[in-house]
Ligand binder design. Structure first.
Ligand code: SAM
Ligand code: SF4
Length: 345
């Protein structure tokens, strides 16, 4: 039996997942691998120890896990990593998840990718029902791109963006704001993204995992970025929401949307609707806290989904109110030890 033929959705009538603060959990981000073909300076150190492959959930297990969440009211799944498109056979997962889009149980399956493998996967993603993707791109300068990603090739990513647009995928570009690295390029990024009909979102760097550089040297508050952009552009507040933490404005001069994700300067936890699952089946109820629940053991313990559902429900009851990120000279340690590539961005 292929994974697409199995139906793991929990029985109708399951109560939705509601956390202790009354927030409904309807969105999961699933990291399908901790590996990546880049080594972005804010995300990873150059020498990373990756998980042994035997610790990873198989694609069938990932499908079963996602489908169980769908049965518990998850409406949106974002596939991420590491770099999700480097996981071998990953299209099998997209293909099997598409049955939940067809049935209407899921509203959306999306991907966050560095774009390096996008040219060869874009059409198939579209064929599997994916309609929107996020591509991470911090600069349009090839040398700078190489310096930020250590190993990346800007040309390949731009080919991926072309292929994705040709396939009909809507793209949001995500750029991490890095002090002294790409902060002179923001107007150009805005004009480029909006000129191609893409949204653009700036992200504040978060203190996740040990990297070689000091976070405080990278960190650029978006309140400052926004103030500087207002010298050049007219930023109009708009009421646009994608279910994520970005707050959007319209840039009058380009007509495009610009988002700001500000985990540091503006905490958005009060409206958090999501949890994250790693490629080993560990459920993190908050990106910025250590508490986690192992879902792999209950998943493997039984053919029945009952132990898995019980573990998910117990974990949601422990979802914390929010994160406590700090970046300053006095705080040397990251807020949490794991890298963004483990929990999934
Ligand atoms: N590899 C894919 C990519 O780069 O899009 C998906 C995973 S990556 C961890 C997801 C997002 O997290 C990317 O947009 C990346 O720029 C962002 N990111 C990684 N480390 C970060 C950090 N410490 N602070 C803020 N954003 C970070
Ligand atoms: Fe890889 Fe994405 Fe992390 Fe860059 S941000 S190292 S592309 S996982």
């Amino acid at each position: 039996m292929t994974i697409a033929e199995k139906n793991f959705a929990a029985a109708p009538g399951e109560a939705p997942l509601i956390d202790p603060f009354g927030r409904a959990v309807t969105y999961i981000r699933v990291s399908v691998t901790d590996r990546c073909d880049f080594r972005c300076v804010y995300c990873m150190s150059e020498d990373m120890n990756f998980l042994p492959k035997r610790d990873l959930l198989s694609l069938e297990e990932l499908d079963r896990l996602c489908s169980t969440f769908v049965g518990l009211g998850t409406r949106k799944i974002r596939v991420t990593g590491g770099e999700p498109l480097v996981r071998r056979g990953i299209m099998t997962l997209f293909r099997s998840l598409s049955r939940h889009l067809e049935s209407g149980a899921l509203e959306e399956v999306t991907v966050t990718t560095n774009g390096s493998q996008l040219a060869r996967h874009a059409q198939e993603l579209f064929d599997c029902g994916v309609r929107r993707i996020n591509v991470s791109l911090d600069t349009l300068d090839a040398d700078r791109f190489r310096a930020i990603t250590r190993w990346g090739d800007l040309g390949k990513v731009l080919e991926g963006v072309d292929a994705a647009q040709k396939a009909g995928l809507a793209i949001k570009i995500n750029a991490v704001a890095l002090k002294g690295v790409n902060d002179d390029e923001f107007p150009r990024l805005i004009e480029w993204a909006h000129g191609r009909g893409m949204d653009l979102t700036f992200i504040e760097v978060m203190p996740l995992g040990d990297i070689e550089a000091a976070r405080v040297d990278q960190y650029l508050p978006l309140s400052l970025v926004r103030a500087n952009l207002m010298d050049r552009f007219t930023l109009q507040n708009i009421d646009y929401q994608t279910g994520g933490p970005a707050r959007y404005v319209r840039v009058a001069e380009t007509g495009g949307r610009l988002g700001f994700i500000t985990p540091m300067t503006h905490n958005f936890c009060e409206s958090c609707n999501r949890v994250r699952v790693t490629c080993t089946g560990t459920l993190f109820m908050c990106l910025g806290q250590e508490d986690a629940a192992d879902l792999r053991a209950p998943l493997r313990a039984s053919e029945s989904d009952a132990p898995l559902i019980g573990a998910i429900r117990d974990a949601i009851l422990r979802k914390p109110k929010g994160h406590d990120f700090i970046i300053d000279r006095g705080t040397a340690l990251p807020a949490v030890g794991r890298h963004m590539s483990v929990t999934g961005g």
